[in-house]
Design a protein around this ligand. Structure first.
Ligand SMILES: [Fe+2]
Ligand SMILES: [Fe+2]
Length: 249
């Protein structure tokens, strides 16, 4: 467990070592304020077992009142049923994905505790402190949200900012870090326009840290700005593909 912020009644931590084997490395972020906690993008079944046993190091299980799903991918949401069955938490997911989630075996009884996030986003109260679900559509999912925490000033950006293959948890040198992000962003992010929309939105927020769902976090204001600038200048997805698809021989 790595602490990102700990002041007064507000805590931000993440776990970066609960994935194993062939699973893509994923971070599970937890925010706690007052007497309420939220898990962001909790992951699949194997991660669920480990995270559930480690969560008491941050909060009482009964204080887990919210679960956030940035989008519909298995590394985010495969264990939705488990989290909702053993807690009384409210979950949040893009309205676009609501009808698809029952296919993961989410029990009828708990489906009603998944609240659809409208396309425009949502602000919730975490133990009396606001937490903003900010639209980040097509980054990479068509119904996709990031989380801005105005207390810690951490911007949680899901798959945006993902890095794969490096050995550190916090970026120190931006230029040497680009090699771990570039391939993923060019192929998994579908459109340059969405990157530019995000950069414009991010520049309106007061950001101390950017924390993605995979790989290392950008732990300072300066590195966060470097990342926003990099995204602003990147071309990706359909914009760098040819004008037709190959047909395999
Ligand atoms: Fe994803
Ligand atoms: Fe992911």
């Amino acid at each position: 467990m790595i602490s990102l912020y700990d002041k007064g009644e507000h805590k931000n931590v993440f776990f970066d070592d609960l994935t194993s084997g062939q699973m893509v490395q994923a971070n599970q972020h937890v925010i706690f304020h007052g007497n309420e906690g939220i898990v962001l993008d909790p992951g699949g079944h194997k991660v669920y077992t480990k995270l559930f046993s480690q969560l008491p190091g941050v909060m009482k299980i009964n204080d887990l009142k919210h679960v956030f799903f940035s989008h519909q991918d298995p590394d985010i949401i495969a264990a939705a049923n488990g989290w909702l069955m053993v807690t009384d938490a409210q979950a949040y997911l893009s309205a676009l994905w609501m009808r698809f989630i029952p296919h993961f075996g989410v029990d009828e009884k708990v489906t009603e505790r998944i609240k659809p996030i409208p396309d425009e986003g949502l602000t919730i109260s975490l133990g009396g402190s606001p937490l903003k679900f900010i639209p980040a559509h097509f980054l990479h999912s068509c119904g996709n949200f990031h989380v801005y925490d105005p207390v810690s000033k951490i911007f949680y950006t899901g798959d945006l900012g993902a890095s794969l293959g490096q050995t550190y948890s916090k970026v120190e040198d931006f230029d040497s870090h680009v090699q771990y992000m570039e391939g993923f962003h060019k192929r998994y992010m579908p459109a340059t326009k969405a990157l530019k929309m995000w950069a414009k939105t991010a520049r309106t927020l007061d950001i101390e840290m950017i924390a993605p769902q995979h790989g290392a976090v950008f732990p300072t204001r300066e590195l966060s700005v470097r990342f926003i600038d990099w995204i602003d200048g990147l071309e990706c997805g359909v914009d760098i593909m040819g004008d037709s698809f190959p047909v395999p021989a």
